[in-house]
Design a protein around this ligand. Structure first.
Ligand code: UD1
Length: 417
């Protein structure tokens, strides 16, 4: 098991390119199971989660290879409808293969997906929607056995909550369904619009993705296309948090400013200033951050739950008290107890975290328990006095393309042992 060793208090400077979005790449790779021919997906991040999706595609009978920053998926027919437990347990993103396989083969057998342990992550909305489209779904001993012997049929689906994964699963299932699907209260995350763009390049007719009503006119078949994954707004937010805690000035290259619309104002509130150029964003952080107005995680365009952990690490060293309200996932403050080991003053209760900023954190041995918690501990290590050893680094690899190399190129003292 590797660890990250960070010697804190080094200023960051320079430029960093933002990786492709993990949460776009996963549904786009699942969509490739539905699409005949050879798709080229550019800017596909090289992560353990995307590797799992590529392994699922290979298991299903597709060719899947990396070529530089792109992946090439060759789909001459999907040979299997089952996905083994060992693959689905690795990432929750694998659930979107359900919609793709049902649409492609009229059958899917998938074990309930894994992923980071950040509370109860049910898939009832996915199942309810697919049933409305005509699928017969049985759950037995952690396996979902799904059949649509007569194909899927377009219908009206109103989500009880704008779930990202359910919206994607429904889009995949509906893309080649018989008739039109109208989805209301859909998730509006940029990754949804990115998936729609890939599907539409392949011949799908998806309208309104990125808004709360999405209309999907089923087409007979989809044919492969090229697509470039959008930049990862959470990876960008993590680098901004790292700059903020170290009083640094850095420039991110390859950002879409509108995707950071909820994150930048929170850091501005903390005293950071931003300069925008076309696809570049420069952050200049003050010597000491100020506390922020209450940070509430919400579905997009609200403040993303995935950015809560690294921004909370910044609040831990700000001057004053910041309150966080986590509205999306239970159990998403597991980084708090580790930050407390580093000298932070944080109290959590249910959805609430009250962070009393301290002048300094101190290096300690800490353990990451999920992907974004790992990012928070790295940010904390960068500003702590002395040395921090972060274990649980495998979580980081699920979502960040060699974060430690990016940070050390910016001047951080961080190495993997
Ligand atoms: C996706 C992202 C994840 C992000 C999350 C919220 C991917 C691969 N992951 O996860 O990084 O943190 O969106 O922005 O894109 N829910 C139900 N029933 C369901 C589905 C969801 O109750 O059938 C609940 C969940 O328990 C959670 C909330 O809805 O409380 C949001 O979940 P959802 O939007 O589905 O997140 P994911 O797609 O799992």
């Amino acid at each position: 098991m590797s660890k990250l060793l960070i010697t804190g208090r080094k200023r960051l400077s320079g430029e960093a390119a933002v990786q492709g979005a993990k949460n776009s790449a996963l549904p786009v790779l699942a969509a490739a199971a539905l699409v005949g021919g050879e798709s080229v997906i550019f800017n596909c991040p090289d992560l353990s989660d995307t590797d799992t999706s590529l392994n699922i595609l290979r298991y299903l009978g597709c060719g899947a290879r990396r070529e530089g920053g792109a992946v090439v998926i060759k789909n001459d027919g999907v040979a299997r409808y089952d996905i083994p437990d060992g693959l689905t347990r690795k990432t929750r993103g694998s659930i979107v293969f359900l919609g793709a396989l049902l649409a492609k083969l009229g059958r899917a057998k998938i074990s309930l997906p894994g992923g980071c342990d950040i509370g109860n992550r049910p898939i009832d909305l996915h199942i309810k929607a697919l049933r409305r489209m005509g699928a017969v779904i049985r759950e037995r001993r952690g396996m979902l056995d799904c059949r649509a012997p007569h194909g899927l049929t377009g219908t009206h689906i109103a989500l009880d909550f704008p779930s990202v994964g359910a919206t994607e699963d429904i889009m995949l299932a509906a893309a080649t369904a018989d008739g039109t699907t109208t989805l209301t209260n859909a998730a509006r995350e940029p990754e949804i619009a990115d998936l729609a763009e890939y599907l539409n390049r392949c011949g799908a007719r998806v309208f309104g993705a990125g808004e709360s009503e999405i209309v999907i006119e089923g087409v007979k078949r989809l044919s492969a296309a090229e697509h470039s994954i959008i930049p990862d707004r959470i990876a960008a937010a993590t680098l901004l948090a790292c700059a903020a805690v170290t009083g640094s000035q850095i420039t991110l290259k390859g950002v879409i400013h509108s995707h950071l619309g909820a994150i930048v104002p929170v850091l501005e509130d903390a005293g950071c200033t931003f300069t925008r150029h076309e696809n570049e964003l420069t952050i200049s952080a003050p010597q000491r951050l100020r506390s922020m107005k209450t940070v509430r995680t919400m579905p997009y365009p609200g403040f993303p739950t995935d950015a809560q952990a690294p921004v909370l690490a910044a609040a831990a060293v700000a001057d004053g008290t910041t309150v966080f309200i986590e509205n999306i996932f239970e159990n998403r403050y597991r980084h708090a107890s580790q930050l407390v080991r580093m000298g932070a003053d944080i109290r959590t209760e249910g959805k609430l975290a009250v962070v009393e900023g301290v002048p300094s954190l101190y290096g300690a041995r800490v353990e990451a328990t999920d992907l974004r918690a790992a990012a928070a501990l790295v940010a904390a290590g960068l500003c702590a006095e002395g040395q921090t050893a972060v274990s649980g680094v495998e979580y980081l690899e699920r979502g960040y393309e060699s974060l430690e190399l990016t940070l050390s190129a910016l001047g951080a003292d961080i190495k993997r042992i």
